[in-house]
Design a protein around this ligand. Sequence first.
Ligand code: 5GP
Length: 193
Amino acid sequence: MTLKNRLGKFIVISGPSGVGKGTICNILLSKKENNLSYSISMTTRKKRIYEKNGVDYYFTSRDNFKKRILNNEFLEYNLYNKEYYGTLKTEVLDKINKGINVISELDVNGAEKIKNNFKDCILIYITAPNIEELRRRLIKRGTENKEEIEQRLKIAIYEEKEKINYDYVIMNDNLEIAIEKIQIIIKNFLIDK
Ligand code: 5GP
């Protein structure tokens, strides 16, 4: 394949709430050599105080989200903790066709759907030492109340069982080491074969 018609590749990052997916994605995105573009998902969940609409997510109403489902605007979408999250075709297809690599944070269901639809796709699951550590990180983050944290931890137990379906599972108990490992995986994946 020549450079001209090389398609971009799809990198999916998953993992339980509080594991550090956002931090990891931001570090990977800041490295120019990765040639990565973030796929901004659409969601119906409430914006966190530090989040920006159109940067972290496209925040929208349930009605608008449902309209877009009917318009066939999503590559995939899912309900997570009773809120909709979805990958817009406009965030991905143009970039892939232009040879830009896309990175996205998806739950385990979204990751499976993307894997089934994109040949050049890699799934990386970030895990934490244990549920207690995740609880500690979520409490420290302070963006969810106690009940929501427990809901997210319940989902985390389900997600951890699904990690066997991923190409790689990376432990994030030391951010620097986790980044080093993911960077090697991505570098190898992005090399044209
Ligand atoms: P959070 O509310 O913590 O930002 O995200 C909750 C979960 O939704 C995380 O597992 C995150 O990776 C996932 N997620 C974010 N965007 C999408 C998306 O577009 N599709 C799917 N299926 N999951 C998403």
